[in-house]
Write a protein that binds this ligand. Structure first.
Ligand code: NAP
Length: 477
């Protein structure tokens, strides 16, 4: 297991010698200690990335693509090992960790190809003796700050396109999940990424984040995490007008119309809600069901939820693991208690699942019926395995309630009416819409939000724009 940080192609600790411990959320067992870096090491990483930039930028897109493809292959080759590490530090079921490694590698593979299609443009000029050229060039030194819920994919969907575009990068992973990030860094080296092109530092988030934005060498920061931290970064980015991509929190509505295929809707909700124990930014957080099918939908959902197996993520057949930490489970408890106090009916779960020999961090998959907008569960991200059900009577009302949120990341709806499908997809104020689909994320599609869910897109051809500047050359003949 790699525990040092990667700076300028070398493995090293913090100057101060300080370390912090990484533990298994399912058992509280210590897994490893990693360096607690700060301003000094961040500066070193930025300088290394700046030194590496001219050489990396000058390579052909084909060259860079070949290295990235090798990285994707290495990730797939190490899928089982990486997945086991991810489950140990993050808690998600092993099958999900394996799925995440494949998903994370797909972003690298996609970027390896997409880098070859960074086309410029010629534009007809207004004068016969002039030519207008539009070039697209790498932004330069970039940085990524990533969360714990997808320890590999949140890194590769930034790193892949940044490197493909010809940028260099400093990555700061979340403190709960640095081991997957450092394992990826090791594979970067093995794939042939030159020293300084990728640097991974762990440690004091505030100090690292402040240096990344105070240092004018860093031209772009891509952040995935909470809206609260996104705001801090945006304020700090004002100093150097550092370009930003912000992939922030969500509060996804999930609408089930009376004409929906209810079994498909239940299946979609199970995928959109219980993946990663409900700790994803695109998790269904408010489930609106049209009155005529409400009770039937609820009954089928209860049956599906009763079949979920809870336990440690590395145990065969487990679908629901532990929550990431004590604050996370306390928040779920607070939301459920608040909903119950305001009249919600607990139809399943509603309590911790105490499992002998394991940490007290497991929460039973929960269904709350009769929820209203007054409840915290309908306003804030719960980030846990809780389904709040809300009954609705007509389409316009459902759309208005679905849009009644400061967040705008993902939304889902189920219907068999083709006209309604287009109408609702257009009306939802969200960056991602799953129409009869509970699992829309994929490397070739643009992922990102509107409103308080941030801006910028990751995936698809859109992601390349995030790491390229547009230069206009006016050429007088
Ligand atoms: P978080 O607290 O915002 O942390 C995310 C990252 O930011 C971590 O690496 C964290 O470092 C770092 N950080 C914390 N304070 C910072 C500061 N003052 N300056 C610079 N960096 C700082 O979020 P989280 O709880 O880990 O992740 C959950 C959130 O991420 C949810 O809101 C979820 O919806 C969102 N998310 C969004 C997407 C998306 O694509 N839109 C995807 C996944 C998750 P430390 O860990 O060291 O504190």
């Amino acid at each position: 297991m790699r525990t040092e940080n990667l700076i300028d192609g070398g493995w090293r600790g913090a100057d101060s010698g300080r370390m912090f411990e990484v533990t298994d959320p399912a058992t509280d067992q210590p897994l490893a200690s990693v360096p607690s870096c700060g301003t000094t090491e961040t500066r070193m990483a930025i300088e290394a990335a700046a030194r590496a930039l001219p050489g990396w930028r000058a390579r052909t897109a084909m060259d860079r693509g070949a290295i990235l493809r090798r990285l994707a292959e290495l990730m797939i080759g190490a899928q089982d090992r990486l997945a086991a590490l991810m489950t140990a530090e993050q808690g998600k079921p092993l099958a999900e960790s394996k799925g995440e490694i494949a998903y994370a590698a797909a972003f690298v593979d996609w970027a390896a190809e997409e880098g070859k299609r960074v086309y410029g443009e010629t534009v007809p000029a207004s004068h016969a003796d002039k030519r207008i050229l539009v070039l697209r060039q790498p932004v330069g030194v970039t940085a990524a700050i990533t969360p714990w819920n997808f320890p590999a994919a949140m890194i590769t969907r930034k790193l892949g396109p940044a490197l493909a575009a010809g940028c260099t990068m400093i990555v700061k992973p979340a403190e709960q999940t640095p081991l997957t990030a450092l394992a990826l860094a090791e594979l970067c080296v093995e794939a042939g990424v030159p020293p300084g092109v990728v640097n991974v530092i762990t440690g004091d988030a505030k100090a690292i984040g402040e240096e990344l934005l105070a240092n004018p060498t860093v031209r772009k920061l891509s952040f995935t995490g909470s809206t609260e931290v996104g705001r801090i970064l945006m304020r700090n980015a004002a100093q150097n007008l550092t370009r930003l991509s912000l992939e922030l929190g969500g509060h996804a509505p999930f609408l089930v119309f009376a004409d929906a295929d209810l079994d498909r809707a239940v299946q979609g909700l199970m995928a959109a809600k219980f993946r990663n124990m409900g700790q994803t930014c695109i998790c269904a957080n408010r489930v609106f069901v049209e009155a005529p099918v409400h009770d039937e939908f609820c009954a089928r959902l209860e049956e599906a939820v009763a079949g979920l197996r809870i336990g440690r993520g590395d145990e065969a057949g487990v679908q629901v693991g532990p929550l990431i930490d004590d604050d996370a489970i306390a928040k779920v408890e607070r939301h459920v208690a608040d909903a119950a106090a305001k009249g919600a009916v607990v139809r399943a779960g509603g309590a911790r699942a105490r499992i002998e020999g394991l940490a007290d961090r497991f929460y039973l998959p929960t269904i709350l019926a009769g929820c209203t907008a007054a409840m915290a569960v309908c306003r804030e991200e719960t980030f846990g395995p809780v389904v709040p059900l809300i009954r609705f009577d007509d389409e316009a009302d459902a759309i208005a309630r679905a849009n009644d949120s400061p967040f705008g990341l993902a939304a889902y709806f189920y219907t068999r009416d083709a006209s309604r499908l287009m109408r609702v997809a257009e009306a939802l104020e969200y960056g991602i819409v799953g129409a009869n689909d509970g699992a829309p994320s994929t490397a070739q599609a643009p992922f990102g939000g509107v409103k308080h869910s941030g801006f910028g897109r990751e995936g698809g051809r859109y992601v390349m724009h995030e790491y390229l500047d547009v230069k206009y050359v006016s050429w007088a003949l």
